[in-house]
Ligand binder design. Structure first.
Ligand SMILES: [Zn+2]
Length: 459
């Protein structure tokens, strides 16, 4: 099956063909680390994770790069407010973002997050190139990109050329969504703000130049896929294209994928409405993070998703049923004779066909439920094969439902637990308790039931 993805560039679904056989370069815009990310951002990262897992299911080796913006107007203002050093402050939120991603089972990028502040020389080089080629100009110690010099400007966002305001400069990191203006590549140093020396005067990079410099540094140019939220199409991604293509005179990225917004109770999230929820808010209400992931997968990434607490509750319910079904299968599976080699190939085919059609996760989930209903109705079932199918589906959905009772218990923990069992049968209670304490210190909990002991990670 060939994978089709909707390319914002052409506004069409296109068959995905990598530049290099078996390999995909993927760049996704990461967070600005001045606060906890909200569930709208998390929706985008979940969509990108499904994209990556789908590519991997196709056998591609994916080189996935994600940046973190650790210097800009917001991070500087927020760190000042918190009376913390910028780098200490941003690392706290970078860590929180990593923790949130892990809870949502979002695979970590193939390199650790690439930080803007650690790639300033690459950005300076790129700006120098643009100055040399006359695409950029200096003014008052800052450097700007001259959009009138780059003829294809507006090709991603499909901008009306009349809307271009060349010569009108925009100097801040917050951009108006409707006017295309010369944008800042390098901002002149201001007293009390972090700055770096550069041939064109000390200062700090603009937001857009970060992604251009870092994507090319790790993925070369052109690379395969650039993804982000729809709000980044303009001006952020448009400006990335302008910078990179003007500098190197070749395409930047081939496929541009964008995830739609998440609404809360039908409204855009905003501070004034107090509906900018984070994963912490979800956990406070005792929802498991993976039920949010399930909710996100219930909508196609290119449609708006309306979040309500009721919809999260339903998602959590469905997710639990999925977990229960897997548990049933595992129980049957161990009792089932080995030779039940049966495949549920038609469901597998339909499931992956849905994903291949521009990552249609709601359809894929529907196929999964069709399968579960059919399994329950069937007179003869093949739990081994059914379980194998669930594992394959879950590798892409990333819900971990197929692994709930098959926790990856480290060998050392397993051995300690066995040793403890032995002490218990020998009625050596003190020794057994000492091992329990040791196991708990290592982050695992032992649950003793009539049927025996089981291990689970400590919450
Ligand atoms: Zn970016």
């Amino acid at each position: 099956m060939s994978l089709k993805l909707y390319n914002t560039f052409s506004r069409k679904k296109e068959v995905f063909k990598p530049l290099k056989k078996g390999f995909v370069g993927l760049y996704t815009c990461g967070p600005t680390v001045y606060n906890y990310v909200h569930i709208g951002n998390l929706r985008t990262y979940i969509f990108e994770d499904v994209l990556r897992r789908t590519l991997e299911a196709h056998g591609y080796t994916v080189q996935h790069i994600m940046n973190v913006t650790d210097v800009d107007d917001k991070t500087i203002a927020a760190s000042k407010h918190a009376k913390k050093d910028l780098s200490v402050f941003t690392k706290e939120y970078e860590k929180a973002f990593g923790d949130d991603s892990a809870k949502l089972n979002i695979l970590a990028p193939t390199r650790p997050f690439v930080r803007a502040t650690e790639h300033i020389p690459a950005m300076i080089m790129l700006i120098q190139k643009l100055l040399r080629k006359n695409y950029a100009y200096e003014k008052g110690g800052s450097v700007y990109f001259d959009i009138s010099k780059f003829a294809p400007y507006g090709k991603l966002a499909h901008l009306d050329k009349k809307g271009l305001k060349a010569g009108a400069r925009i100097d801040v990191d917050e951009y108006a969504k409707d006017a295309a203006q010369d944008f800042v590549l390098w901002k002149a140093a201001k007293a009390g703000e972090p700055s770096w020396p550069a041939p064109f005067g000390s200062g700090r990079p603009g937001w857009h130049i970060e992604c251009s410099a870092m994507a090319t540094a790790y993925l070369k140019q052109p690379f395969d896929i650039h993804a982000g939220g729809v709000d980044l199409i303009f001006p952020h991604h448009e400006n990335e294209i302008a910078q990179s293509e003007a500098a190197y005179n070749k395409p930047f990225a081939r496929y541009w994928l964008h995830g739609e917004h998440l609404l809360v109770d039908g409204e855009k999230m905003s501070k004034s409405l107090g509906n900018t929820y984070t994963l912490r808010d979800i956990e406070k209400k005792e929802f498991t993070p993976l039920s949010l992931r399930y909710l996100v997968l219930m909508a196609h990434y290119r449609t708006k998703l309306n979040f309500t607490w009721q919809s999260l509750k339903s998602a959590q319910q469905a997710y639990r049923e999925l977990v229960e079904f897997t548990k049933e299968l595992i129980a049957e599976k161990s009792a089932a004779p080995i030779k039940t080699a049966h495949s549920y190939a038609s469901y597998e085919k339909k499931f992956f066909a849905a994903l291949d059609d521009d990552l249609n996760t709601p359809k894929a989930l529907a196929v999964l439920w069709q399968f579960i209903r059919a399994y329950h109705k069937a007179k003869t079932t093949y739990p081994n094969a059914a379980y194998a199918l669930l594992l394959k589906c879950d590798a892409v959905l990333g819900l971990e439902f197929a692994e709930v009772t098959l926790l990856k218990i480290p060998l050392a923990i397993q051995q300690l637990a066995e040793k403890r069992e032995q002490f218990r049968t020998e009625k050596k209670w003190q020794e057994a308790d000492a091992l329990r304490a040791k196991i708990e210190k290592m982050g695992w909990q032992i649950l003793d039931t009539d049927a025996g002991s089981t291990l689970k990670p400590r919450m």
